[in-house]
Design a protein around this ligand. Structure first.
Ligand code: BEZ
Ligand code: FE
Length: 288
């Protein structure tokens, strides 16, 4: 019979969970148990604190549904999501870096022509984001699909609203020269949802619950690593305090103010507009 002591409980639990049938699961569970026990020892966790943590986890599960992913939000604000992105998408330094997907991407966005407006009917300053998709050798990548989405001027994504039509999201395909042109409205910074357990936790700290103004992109083309990323507006508030740690220097882009007149899609704007130029660099699956 193996009697349990404070000294041997970690080894007993590590050994037990290391018996998982799948070797990778066994490896993960061994490390998880070891780190959890070390954590409890390090902070000398009290029973009240343990119970508070269990209640917080329970509430996090209870508020979650197919539209609300509170555990993922918790992972985001703890920096875990961004760490996992970096561990798994360590592209060549010359490639555009990846960032968190976030909870608001919707599959099956409408396919638009270059320069077509994904923000038709939505208030805001017109914004053209245009440039090319290239490979690491600088060669244009034709036929790459840019899946684009963003929040509205109240910081709300379509996934948070009860709407039946695609809203502020679209897919654009690069031409033979690798060129693309997205027309939308200027994004604003916004708060992550704070009416749940994650917000309650943040409220007990001086941590900002805002994200800086950004547009999301997923760039895909067979033969290349899919690129999940954002472009952030240079000079935007919260760039250095993004609550989900998503900002990378390479992804901060100037939004230049342009007067009413010709626009990059060959059309014309009756009102002043913003221009952001960005060349995405994607890495081939073989690393080249
Ligand atoms: C977003 O940018 O859409 C987002 C990412 C992580 C958490 C919340 C929102
Ligand atoms: Fe976002």
């Amino acid at each position: 019979m193996q009697l349990v002591t404070e000294e041997n409980i970690t080894e007993l639990a590590v050994e037990r969970w290391g018996s998982a049938h799948d070797p990778r699961l066994a490896e993960i569970m061994r490390a998880l148990v070891r780190h959890l026990h070390d954590f409890a020892r390090e902070v000398h966790l009290t029973e009240e604190e343990w119970l508070a943590a269990m209640q917080w986890l329970t509430a996090t599960g209870q508020i979650s549904d197919e539209k609300r992913a509170e555990f993922i939000l918790a992972s985001d604000v703890l920096g875990l999501s961004m760490l996992v992105v970096q561990l798994n998408h360590a592209f060549d330094p010359a490639a555009t870096p990846a960032t968190v997907l976030g909870p608001f991407h919707i599959d099956g966005s409408p396919e638009l022509e270059a320069g077509a407006d994904m923000a038709a009917g939505i208030p805001g300053t017109p914004l053209f984001v245009h440039g090319t998709v290239r490979d690491l050798d600088g060669k244009p990548v034709a036929g790459a699909v840019l899946d684009v989405w963003q929040a509205d001027d109240e910081g709300m994504y379509e996934a948070q609203l009860d709407v039946s039509e695609a809203r502020l999201r679209a897919k654009y395909t690069t031409g033979d020269d690798g060129g693309y042109c997205v027309r939308t409205v200027a994004p604003l910074g916004y708060s992550i949802p704070v009416d749940g357990p994650v917000g309650e936790l943040i409220a007990q700290t001086p941590i900002s619950h805002y994200r800086p103004a950004h547009v999301h992109f997923i760039v895909t083309k067979p033969g290349y690593e899919p690129l999940v990323t954002h472009l952030f507006r240079e000079g935007a508030q919260y760039l250095d305090s993004d609550v989900v740690f998503g900002v990378k220097e390479e992804l901060v882009v100037r939004f230049d103010e342009r007067p009413a007149g010709p626009t990059p899609d060959g059309g014309s704007s009756e009102v002043p507009w913003l221009e952001a130029r960005y060349d995405f660099v994607v890495q081939a699956v073989d690393g080249s």
